[in-house]
Design a protein around this ligand. Structure first.
Ligand code: GLU
Length: 473
């Protein structure tokens, strides 16, 4: 029987979690869930210079918002048999593995000063050779003093083979793999070393991570070999390109803090759906997938290796689709942070307005603008009002409409009938009449259907607005 699948997301708390990182987390999550395995959240906080103390909370909050709860590891409270899942609390583990390598003669305390290191590097640049740092002395000579010196790996001669699940098999001559640092002078391990130790101890079966690590694969492969560790399956994600399809996705194109998407009014389920399709598809034309469908259909062999293009318009479209499908009371709940609290005092009215505008809301943050015409009397622009017809005609229509509607029941069908009859009787172009009425009621050319606007505003408010508009003329 094969081992239970265990994937991990291993962010570094060095700043915001960007959408690119979240897509990596999502693929690791979906694969684990699809395989009925476990998804683990581990914090890689060994870069003490870039560490920020709010990073961990931000990561947890972001994943929680998206519904990507780990089965094990860091969360509001940490759980799991491999705790701690925070690297800074696991230093003895790395030390133990480093000592094993030192004993084997595959690692050493390195006494080279940063200045000497830089001068080696500069020399390589001068001779236009790739810089591969290697020490010539025997390892034993380098392991006499230990305190305050970094530990470097010494890779024996030979070749190192490695495989990326999407991209295939590769091999690298060991002479190209430098003596890279395993444990830094501050006692903290490098990412290069720590993730291998942790993935092994945490029984990770599949590493799914960003493609920026591909170039370091020979180093990792050499380490797996020297530690005699079975390698997990390794998948580097397809890159994400900006909307021009050429450059890597940048901050300007939308690779920002994922919680900014929350603030902008995207639904987490829409963002998850959108990110899942950045580099994966199920082989059909289907675009909208629920969380459960994604879990059911996800497979690594349908992850593409070619770059995915980040198209924010597609996200906006998807978000609109999700909003449209939400039950109204759920939508009202989600809109709460985006609308004035006072609107919620008129719940039935607000419900009607939301139902009217539901199809037009692409982001929750659009709603206030779209709906405010039902809560505050709009400023009507005289030019706009009379754009299609002479002021005296419009004035006349507003007066007739007001007097005709004074005594009718205020619902969509009755109003429609009354207005059409009136247009016919007065030989008025209905398009022009309805245009003027829409402007008079809302001040806008874009608004819900005219008869719905009347019916929703109600008689008193509608007549008041017609009167105000008429007084402009
Ligand atoms: N700490 C690394 C990062 O945040 C994790 C990479 C990996 O998933 O192995 O980029």
């Amino acid at each position: 029987m094969s081992k239970p699948v265990r994937t991990r997301f291993a962010p570094s708390p060095t700043g915001f979690l960007h959408v690119g990182n979240v897509r990596t987390a999502l693929f690791a999550y979906l694969f684990a869930k699809n395989q009925k395995g476990s998804f683990i959240l581990r914090l890689e906080d060994t870069d003490r210079e870039r560490f920020v103390d709010w990073g961990a909370t931000h990561i947890v909050k972001s994943l929680d918002w998206l519904g990507l709860k780990p089965d094990e590891g860091v969360w509001y409270t940490e759980t799991g048999e491999h705790a701690p899942y925070v690297q800074s609390k696991r230093l003895p583990n790395y030390q133990e593995f480093a000592e094993k390598l030192i004993k084997q003669g595959n690692a050493y305390y390195s006494y080279i000063t940063p200045e000497e290191f830089q001068s080696h590097k500069a020399a390589a640049i001068d001779t236009k050779k790739p810089f591969v740092y290697k020490q010539n002395m025997e390892p034993e000579e380098h392991s006499k003093e230990t305190n305050g010196y970094p530990v470097r790996l010494k890779v024996p001669a030979g070749v190192t083979k490695w495989k990326d699940e999407l991209r295939g098999e590769f091999e690298t001559k060991n002479e190209l793999i430098d003596d890279f640092i395993l444990i830094k002078a501050d006692g903290f391990p490098t990412y290069n070393f720590a993730h291998i130790v942790d993935d092994y101890l945490m029984k990770i079966t599949h590493i799914i991570r960003g493609d920026e690590f591909i170039s370091s694969m020979p180093k990792y492969a050499a380490l797996y070999d020297l530690l005699k560790i079975d390698r997990p399956t390794i998948v580097h994600m397809p890159p994400i390109l900006g909307p021009d399809g050429k450059k890597k996705l940048s901050k300007r194109d939308g690779d920002v803090d994922v919680l900014e998407y929350k603030e902008k009014g995207y639904l987490p389920e829409a963002l998850v759906n959108f990110l899942a399709l950045l580099g994966w598809n199920d082989g059909t034309e289907q675009e909208i997938f629920s969380h459960d469908e994604l879990v059911k259909r996800f497979s690594l062999d349908r992850v593409q290796k070619s770059p995915a293009v980040f198209d924010i318009n597609r996200l906006a479209w998807m978000n609109g689709e999700y909003i449209r499908e939400l039950p109204t009371d759920e939508l009202l709940k989600r809109l709460e942070p985006f609308l004035p609290a006072s609107w919620y005092k008129h719940n039935d009215y607000l419900t009607r307005v939301v139902e009217l505008d539901k199809d037009r809301i692409k982001k929750l943050s659009d709603a206030e603008y779209l709906m405010e015409i039902f809560f505050t009397e709009p400023k009507v622009d005289k030019e706009l009002l009379t754009k299609k017809d002479k002021p005296e005609d419009v004035e006349n229509w507003l007066e007739v409409v007001a007097s005709d509607l004074k005594d009718v029941e205020f619902n969509h069908d009755v109003i429609e009938k009354a207005l059409r009859k009136l247009a016919e009787a007065g030989d008025i172009n209905t398009g022009n009449l309805f245009y003027a009425l829409r402007i008079a009621l809302t001040g806008r050319t874009e608004a819900p259907g005219l008869f719905d606007i009347f019916a929703t505003l109600g008689k008193e408010e509608s007549l008041k607005r017609l009167e105000t508009a008429k007084n402009l003329l």
